[in-house]
Design a protein around this ligand. Structure first.
Ligand code: NIG
Ligand code: FE
Length: 436
């Protein structure tokens, strides 16, 4: 039967169409299921998916609107737009000097304790005008998009004063309105104790709770609250106090935990009903069990371990076996992981954490959507979901981790529009009447 709505975009001749239809989230063995259609096709009406299935069936059923764009994928792979559920994208100054210091033997925490690290980024962000930050962040978002990422979670955390935290969240809001990528905002006022509060940590926690949080929530600037819970940053008790206040003010919870050592962070995040706990390199077995029971997603960040020249990666296999929702992310930030490439993350997940290509794709689509509470709209190619999809320059999805260090995202479609890349001449055709 023909469909009622007309297609504004049609992608046909897809060699492997990875739909991710089925279980949400993907747990354990379900992570291997991609709901793959060979010789697939996708029809889009406006911003939403209209039909998904075999190419000939979709072509037969979907009437084309005047000006419909028809794309011949040429047997390539198509997946849902990737979701990056953990980024710190608003910054100006880069920190390649710290990268070199680490190569010469200093640790991330030694650099931070000496006043570098997050605090160095804070000093820079506070004095950088908003228009400069917007320009640089926008450029970074272009790169994320070019890598096939159509939604990101974006954190503040380089302001650490009321004014500068709000400045970053306002920039995230503005870019969400103006840039094709969707940004899900997270307040990270407790990323570090800033220079001026080093002698009075309690006063800084009070400022976060009594001044920042009320302003952030009154202006609707964040959906989540995050904290860096780690030895030398915020301990478990401080983290619980700050996150309790955030939860009371209506924000969902995220945590940076157990990154550099085991502090019981995974247990804390699970006990507070967090939507996600992230890093988790040193999560305990008990913490993993607690996360499986509470439905707290584990957002794993292997590019951070890689970039810090670490040798211990998060225990992904243990988490998958325990039934935790496992997601992957870049952690894109100027210090510990300066990358916009989820493809790199997927290669590292394969080589260092023994995740297969199918498991990694589940981790950056359906499960990443769960980690930011967007599982109803994105992460799957299902009729009615957002028309976010990527045409990859590959014939088999297993090339993704295997073809290392190369961006194979060829054409990126966000909300039904081509926003990045090209297929070369002749593969994108318009029916009569389209003006652009
Ligand atoms: O997720 N671990 C804490 N925060 C970031 C690093 C931020 C920075 O170094 O600027 C992370 O790795
Ligand atoms: Fe982070």
């Amino acid at each position: 039967m023909p469909l009622e709505k007309k297609a504004t975009l049609l992608v046909k001749n897809i060699g492997q169409l990875v739909t991710m239809a089925g279980d949400v989230p993907r747990l354990g063995d379900q992570m291997k299921q991609l709901a793959l259609v060979e010789n697939g096709g996708v029809a889009v009406a406006g911003e939403e998916l209209l039909a998904v299935g075999r190419s000939d069936e979709v072509e037969g059923r979907a009437p084309l609107a005047e000006g419909c764009r028809v794309i011949d994928a040429g047997g390539r792979v198509v997946t849902p737009g990737f979701i990056d559920p953990h980024t710190h994208p608003v910054f100006s100054m880069t920190r390649e000097k710290e990268f070199e210091m680490r190569i010469r033997g200093k640790t991330y925490m030694e650099i931070a304790a000496a006043g570098g690290g997050i605090r160095a980024s804070v000093r820079d962000l506070r004095t950088t005008p908003a228009d400069v930050l917007i320009k640089k962040t926008s450029h970074r978002l272009d790169r994320l998009l070019a890598h096939g990422i159509t939604t990101i979670e974006a954190k503040s955390g380089y302001g650490l004063s009321t004014e500068s935290e709000l400045k970053q969240l306002e920039i995230i809001r503005e870019l969400n309105n103006t840039h094709p990528i969707d940004l899900v905002p997270t307040f990270l006022g407790a990323h570090e104790v800033p220079d001026e509060y080093r002698e009075d940590r309690k006063a800084y926690a009070d400022l976060v709770i009594n001044e920042m949080l009320p302003k952030v929530t009154a202006q609707g600037l964040a959906e989540f609250s995050d904290i860096f819970c780690e030895k030398g940053v915020f301990d478990v008790d401080e983290s619980r106090r700050i996150q309790q206040a955030a939860r009371d003010s209506g924000l969902g919870l995220k945590f940076h935990v157990d990154e550099l050592g085991s502090t019981g962070g995974a247990e804390l995040a699970a006990s507070m009903g967090a939507v996600s706990a992230d890093h988790l390199v040193y999560a305990s077995d008990e913490g993993i069990r607690a996360m499986a029971a509470s439905g707290t997603a584990a957002v794993l960040l292997p590019a951070t371990t890689f970039s810090l020249a670490g040798t211990t990666y998060a225990p992904a296999r243990k988490m998958i076996e325990a039934g935790v929702i496992v997601a992957l992310s870049t952690d894109c930030n100027p210090g510990s992981s300066n990358t916009e490439s989820l493809s790199l993350v997927i290669s590292l997940a394969a080589l260092q954490m023994k995740m297969t290509a199918a498991e990694a794709i589940s981790a950056v689509t359906v499960n990443a959507a769960c980690a930011i509470n967007r599982q109803d709209r994105i992460g799957r190619l299902k009729v009615g979901c957002m028309a976010d999809l990527v045409i990859w320059d590959m014939q088999d999805y297993r090339e993704l981790p295997y073809h290392c260090g190369v961006n194979l995202a060829q054409l990126v479609i966000k909300r039904g529009k081509i926003v990045s890349g090209s297929l070369g001449n002749g593969n994108v055709r318009k029916t009569q009447g389209l003006k652009d």
